[in-house]
Design a protein around this ligand. Sequence first.
Ligand code: SF4
Length: 285
Amino acid sequence: MSQITLKSYDTGRKPVWCPGCGNFAILTAFKRALYELKIRPEKVVVVSGIGCHGRITGYVKTNSIHTIHGRVLPIATGIKLANHELLVFGFAGDGDAYAIGLGHLPHAARRNIDIKYVVHNNMVFGLTTGQVTPTTPVGVKTRSTPYGNVEQPLNPLALALASGATFVARGFSGDVNHLTYLFKEAIKHKGFAFIDVLQPCYTFYNTYSYFRERVYKLEEAGHDPTNLEEALKKAYEWNNRIPIGIFYKVKRPTFEELKDALRRGPLARRNIEDVDITGIYEVFR
Ligand code: SF4
């Protein structure tokens, strides 16, 4: 077995993201986390949706699938059910995850399936040249809101917490080391891990300095990540100070652990004749 280096995760393709795009930091942090935890590339599956973020599947040398708009979580769930020994990462954009794909987040969270879900939240549709998304702040002028957005933005962290997610975090593309730490903690967590990343779109909504002036780390502020009430309070903190880090982390049996049909090993390795059909039906229902 060859030795793992950082290059082991590199396809050699040059990213086509705009210079300065926050997606670079997410890509770097992801590869670093895999490398530091010595996870073999063939054990990893990356699923991405539609948007600028979606190109990440072309830049990481793992198993990967660049899927359709808003459907990262259903595809990732199917892969995890077929072979739950794989580390499955879903990457989605805010337009992808919080608009057309929003219905999937609460169910993956309450189910506690062991998938890692990273949302590149730049608060704008970047690929289609800058339209409003569900997380665009009020007043922001975009191509589709030339007089300023009038809709209240969605709070993804509060939604994930209210849905029963067992790991909820926020990262910032301006801090790769901290983002790497969050990815590593998400990988070590058994269960659904959700990371919303403040990922400035350098071209259509450049928020680097806005966030740089405001973000602070929960790990340095004495936050207790096992306290749901405190996590919810922090999820609503969005003013002169914006928290990043792990808001909430608790242990709960995963979906895979609770399902008899999966407890006996990955479905992908078993003969269909040996599998209890009732269990399979239940898994895929
Ligand atoms: Fe990144 Fe925005 Fe360019 Fe897309 S449009 S690659 S999100 S900077």
